[in-house]
Ligand binder design. Structure first.
Ligand code: FMN
Length: 210
């Protein structure tokens, strides 16, 4: 059951560097990211999958020295579009038309509406919107990792400008939003692993309006 896996998962603080996430599990986690829904279906981010130890050491140094960055076997970097351009918007609409093989006037009106709105906006507003979509994928990735019984640590604790520099993201029209090491918990070395999962009560979280 999904809820059992969500109880099992936690933001691992110490990962075992000797353990490797198997290729089939990684592929399924990445496929879950690819299937994540996004606003207008634009999929306005890319995910870098980094195994290179040297690069991960450099990233660790600008990520509060969080050991999971190198002790996990893979580091996912969710990098969002730096802005919306007509080209980026058209690419998605054209691909949908091609793959579905249909032409729909409502769909084309929707394309025109986005083209008349997004590219003209402040790039920072566009990046923030794109980054929110990357976070949806982060959520899917956390759930998918839990489903595969792979540990992960979602991380905002890093310097995004420095990470962009290390990975050359700006030249690709991308900016880092959030990162996530994947690996296996080092149960003996992790202070958090046996602590109770603490969440707000249902009463304080949900307002039912009948
Ligand atoms: C977007 C995001 C950023 C986070 N950044 C960090 C981080 O940089 N380092 C860390 O150890 N945990 C980080 N966390 C983990 C949270 O503190 C953790 O998920 C939360 O306290 C709930 O605990 P649990 O995930 O262990 O159930 C982050 C979580 C999210 C969702």
């Amino acid at each position: 059951m999904l809820l059992d896996k969500l109880e099992w998962r936690y933001a691992a603080k110490k990962m075992d560097p000797a353990k490797q996430v198997p290729a089939d599990k990684l592929e399924r986690i990445l496929e879950a990211i690819r299937l994540t829904p996004t606003s207008s279906g634009l999929q306005q981010f890319e995910v870098l999958v980094i195994t290179n130890k040297e690069i991960r050491e450099k990233i660790k140094a600008i990520a509060w020295n969080q050991a999971q960055v190198v002790d996990g076997s893979h580091l996912l970097v969710f990098a969002a579009w730096d802005t919306y351009t007509a080209e980026r918007i058209n690419e998605m609409f054209d691909r949908v038309n091609e793959e579905r093989g249909v032409h729909n006037e409502g769909w084309e009106n929707y394309r025109r509406m986005l083209l008349n709105t997004y590219p003209q906006r402040d790039p920072e507003v566009n990046f923030q919107h794109a980054a929110r979509q990357a976070y949806i994928a982060l959520g899917t990735a956390m759930a998918a990792a839990a489903f595969e019984e792979v540990d992960c640590t979602p991380m905002e604790g890093f310097d995004p400008d420095k990470l962009d520099e290390i990975l050359g993201l700006r030249a690709l029209g991308l900016r880092s939003a959030v990162i996530m090491p994947l690996g296996y918990r080092d149960a003996a070395g992790d202070w958090l692993v046996n602590l109770k999962k603490v969440r707000r009560s249902r009463d304080t979280m949900f307002r039912f309006i009948d």
